[in-house]
Design a protein around this ligand. Structure first.
Ligand code: UT7
Length: 352
C-alpha cells in the first residue's frame, strides 16, 4: 500500500477583477457591509464567453501537470469537482480530458458534485485508488463559473457578493507510507439540503415545492417539461438560495469538529500543525474556526479577500498560492477542511 502525495498544483483566475465598489453600482450594497460580514474585498468574474469551468480547469491543470514533472498523456484518472459545469450532461471530466488533448489513453473521468466539499471528497476518492496502486497520476480539479448563474440585482445580494470564479488543480501520485495524505474524513447530512441550494433547473418536477404538496398543480399535466418551466423563470427561481445564518452557524461547528477528527485519528494536536487551508467560505467563519481551535495567525491560510468564495476551486487555488508563497514546505503538516451545501463537509491531513 502507498500513500498519496500532492505532486503538482496549479490555478487559473479570470482577469476581470470585480471590487465591492463595482458591486455598489449593480445592487444596494456597500464595501463596508461586504468587508465586515465576509472579509471579501474583490473577486474575479469571467466575461461572457471568455472561459468555462472546464477551460479554466484545463489551464490550472497544465500548471499542475508541469509541476508534477509529467505529460498530460501520463494522467490515468480525472476527477472533476464543480457545481457550475458547462453542460447539464455530460460532466466536466470528459470536457477537461478533451481540452487537455488526452486522446489516446481512454482514461476514466469522474464528476463530483458536493459543492464546497467537492475537492476534499475528490481527494478521499483519489486516495483510495492511489493506495491500492490502481492509478499513479490522478488529476483532481475544482473549478467554478459562479458569476454566470447568480442574481446580481439587490434581490440576490445575500449570495452574489460572496462568490467568485476560478479553478485549481492538483496531480496526485504514490509516495512513502509516512508521507502524503495521512487521513481523510468526509461527511454529509441531507436533512437541510435546501438551506443552501440551486434547485433549478432540475428534474424534481415540483416534488419538493409547497404548492405541489398541497395539490396546487399536477406535474404530469401542467408541466410535462420540468427542467426549466415558465414558473421558474417568472418567479426567478433559477438562482441559488441560502439561509446564510444557519449555514454560518453549522459551518463554525463542523469545521473544528472535522479538523479535530483528522488530527485525533493520526495522533496529532493543533500545536503540530504548520498550516490549515480551509475552504474559503467567509473570512469570519475561518476566524471563528481559528479562535475555537486556538490556532495562531501563521497557522491559517486565507485568500478569500482577493477571490471571494470559489466553492470547489477554493482549496486547490489556496494550495497553489500557499506553495507559491513558501507557506507549505516539505515535511510540513497541513490540514485541508471544507464545509458547504448539502450539507457536506470533510478534512484531509497531509504530511507534505
Ligand atoms: O461556502 C459555504 C457556503 N456559504 C457560507 O459559508 C456562507 C455562510 N453565511 C454567511 O457568510 C453570512 O450569513 C452572510 C455573509 C451570507 C450574511 O451575513 P449575515 O450577517 O448572516 O447577514 P443576514 O443574512 O442576516 O442579513 C443581515 C442584513 C439583512 O437586512 P435586514 O433584514 O437586517 O434589513 C440583509 O437584507 O443584511 C442585508 N444584506 C445585505 N446588505 C448589504 C444581505 N446581503 C447584503 C449585502 N449588502 N450584500
Amino acid at each position: 500500500m502507498y500513500n498519496t502525495k500532492i505532486a503538482g498544483a496549479g490555478k487559473f483566475i479570470p482577469e476581470k477583477v470585480v471590487t465591492n465598489q463595482d458591486l455598489e453600482k449593480l445592487m444596494e450594497t456597500s464595501d463596508q457591509w461586504i468587508r465586515e460580514r465576509t472579509g471579501i474585498e474583490e473577486r474575479h468574474w469571467l466575461r461572457r464567453g471568455e472561459e468555462t469551468s472546464s477551460t479554466m480547469a484545463a489551464k490550472a491543470s497544465k500548471d499542475a501537470i508541469k509541476m508534477a514533472g509529467i505529460e498530460a498523456e501520463d494522467i490515468d484518472f480525472i476527477i472533476f469537482a464543480t457545481l457550475s459545469p458547462d453542460f447539464f450532461f455530460p460532466g466536466n471530466g470528459v470536457m477537461l480530458q478533451r481540452h487537455l488533448g488526452i486522446t489516446k489513453t481512454e482514461i476514466p473521468a469522474l464528476d463530483i458534485r458536493n459543492q464546497c466539499s467537492g475537492f476534499v471528497y475528490g481527494l478521499e476518492v483519489a486516495d483510495q485508488f492511489i493506495k491500492t496502486g490502481k492509478y499513479k497520476n490522478i488529476l483532481l480539479v475544482g473549478a467554478e463559473y459562479h458569476s454566470g448563474g447568480i442574481d446580481i440585482s439587490t434581490r440576490g445580494r445575500g449570495i452574489s457578493v460572496l462568490f467568485g470564479d476560478g479553478a485549481g488543480a492538483v496531480v496526485l501520485q504514490p509516495t512513502d507510507k509516512d508521507k502524503g495524505i495521512l487521513t481523510t474524513h468526509i461527511h454529509s447530512d441531507g436533512s437541510q439540503a435546501e438551506i443552501l441550494s440551486a434547485k433549478n433547473p432540475g428534474m424534481h418536477g415540483g416534488y419538493y415545492d409547497e404548492d405541489h404538496k398541497e395539490g396546487g398543480y399536477d406535474v404530469s399535466t401542467d408541466h410535462p417539461f420540468v427542467l426549466v418551466t415558465d414558473k421558474m423563470m417568472e418567479d426567478s427561481l433559477i438562482y441559488p438560495f441560502m439561509e446564510g445564518q444557519t449555514v454560518f452557524k453549522t459551518a463554525v461547528r463542523k469545521f473544528p469538529e472535522v479538523i479535530k477528527k483528522a488530527l485525533d485519528t493520526a495522533g496529532y494536536t493543533t500545536n503540530d500543525v504548520n498550516l490549515v487551508i480551509p475552504h474559503q467560505a467567509n473570512l469570519r467563519i475561518s476566524q471563528f474556526v481559528q479562535k475555537l481551535l486556538h490556532l495562531r495567525d501563521d497557522q491559517m491560510f486565507n485568500n478569500i479577500q482577493k477571490y471571494g468564495n470559489t466553492t470547489a476551486a477554493s482549496i486547490p487555488i489556496a494550495i497553489t498560492e500557499a506553495l507559491e508563497q513558501g507557506r507549505v514546505k516539505e515535511g510540513d503538516l497541513v490540514v485541508l477542511a471544507a464545509f458547504g451545501s448539502g450539507f457536506t463537509w470533510g478534512s484531509a491531513l497531509v504530511r507534505w
